[in-house]
Design a protein around this ligand. Sequence first.
Ligand SMILES: [Zn+2]
Ligand SMILES: [Zn+2]
Length: 240
Amino acid sequence: MSTDRDGKKLVRSPSGLRMLPENRALGSPFCLEEPQWIPDKEAILGGYLFMQCPRCMHCEAKFDFITRKHHCRRCGKCFCDKCCSKKVPLPRMCFVDPVRQCGECSVISQKEMEFYDRQLKVLMNGATFSITQGFSEKPETVMCRLSNNHRYLFLDGENHYEIEVARVSTVQILTEGFTPGGGNSRATGMLIQYKPQGSSELLQMKFTTSEDFTCNKKMAASWLAAMHKAAKFLYESRDQ
Ligand SMILES: [Zn+2]
Ligand SMILES: [Zn+2]
């Protein structure tokens, strides 16, 4: 059985201090790799000495002894101090402290903070669903929550199931209350496809907010909304 708690260690990278799992394979599926920094050294090409990144990649200010260059920790591009002065938390790269980011990246990172501050907690707190697997007709009531290391969905009812988040290939949120323009629809369930550990067979599981009195529909709806956001993060990490 997988453990919910994994060892972590502090690692110093040129960008800052990071808290990484001791085993790289056990990282959170929401994490992104650090970018390769655009080289900022002088290089010799065809006998000429030239600067690989002579200007700020945003405002085009020329770098010299006064206008120093900085690398954005998220995209790895070169910027002047003015265009790369914001220090913003970047939990997706496991940085312990806020790190220097360019304007564009700091906006993205700030938006992601909401996921880390709120939705991730909702997912880890869990919610009750009625699940059906594959073509099975018999629903089971389970408490579904994201493990503390973000790597598994734990489903606990009469049986215990573990679904590895990295092996989930599609997440489809089911809604009801369609209105033209898409507003006011409420999440009522989720259809996921995943490969169980050690198998390449794709299985399907359907989650619905059950009519059962133990099921708090509001909690289940927020859990589904959080899962919707989580799925976007996952596909983004995989596209890289
Ligand atoms: Zn600039
Ligand atoms: Zn950037």
